[in-house]
Design a protein around this ligand. Sequence first.
Ligand code: NIG
Ligand code: FE
Length: 399
Amino acid sequence: TVITNIATLVTNDPSLGWGSPRSSKFESGGGSPLGLIQDAAVVIDGDRVTWTGESSKAPATDNRVDAGGRAVIPGFVDSHSHLVFAGDRTREFNARMSGRSYSAGGIRTTVAATRSATDAELEANLTRYLTEALRQGTTTFETKSGYGLTVEDEARALRLAARHTDEVTYLGAHVVPPEHADDPAAYVALVTGEMLDACAPYARWIDVFCEKGAFDGDQARAILTAGRAKGLHPRVHANQLSYGPGVQLAVELDAASADHCTRLTDEDVDALAHSRTVATLLPGAEFSTRAEWPDARRLLDAGVTVALSTDCNPGSSFTSSVPFCIALAVRDMRMTPDEAVWSATAGGAAALRRDDVGRLTPGAYADLALLDAPSHVHLAYRPGVPLVSAVWRRGVREV
Ligand code: NIG
Ligand code: FE
């Protein structure tokens, strides 16, 4: 397949003029991190991209798709979601919108609903949100357990998730469940022992909610270290609701990502800037909890790699829309449109330590979205408008 007549192609190819991400503030094209090609074409062979370049130089083929002078971007890489759950938390959201503040305690509501759901109900829910996300351009997603919190329920969540993605994260350490409230140490022992043994076969990653009211720095270190010994790579829910040790711990353990990053000291920013750990920002959570935005500009200016994801979950961020997160990041987190699109594609790939997604370069998976707009900038410029008009995943047209 050759897709031709693309007005703007986002490749994220660093060799096509990665300035610094900062230079995209004033330039497009050469200085953008997006590796833009104007009047472009993409060649797909099987599940891979085999060629990108100017339309006039595209190889001839029978199977031509005319993009009609619109933009093509890499499919979004949503590197942070919590999609194995049952029930909803409308009432809690309503209470917040009338002035209550968010607390991690709401997680227990979803835990109760999830435990009593059947496999088929969880599967149906998961499929529903994945379909929703795909229609909005997401072609790679990570998802977590964390609403089971028993050996069986955590393993079940991961088993279901693993049918849909390779990016599966064990989050037995989401909160201490009610039955262990009197003895958190016993729960940490379960998470690092029997539960880990049952979950590790289905997961690639291990995560901890390192936060007041969830797990402290020492507990988080013990959990992530135990996971690492079982071959799982760390990622951390860090510094969301308060300042704390999460980001420093993520860097210390070479975690792929520190997620949320709303409350950071200068030392935290500096540690991220001198590490491989990506800062994954989740503006849907600040939107839905009426919290302060993470300061993306501060991170970018310090040289931190930033990813942008949905955090889709029924409590703190019930959106599956990466375009919505891009619009928020540009409007409220002082990212440029180019930076936000990079962070939602190549940034997400970096947060999953992947180089075969999040870019449209020869050898990468043919995961791409055709926008009903002449450029990627419209994702922020036209907020709330469903601009994704076609999606290819692994070379197959899905939308
Ligand atoms: O990433 N921060 C912890 N976990 C989720 C919220 C989960 C919930 O409220 O159900 C998050 O925001
Ligand atoms: Fe989360």
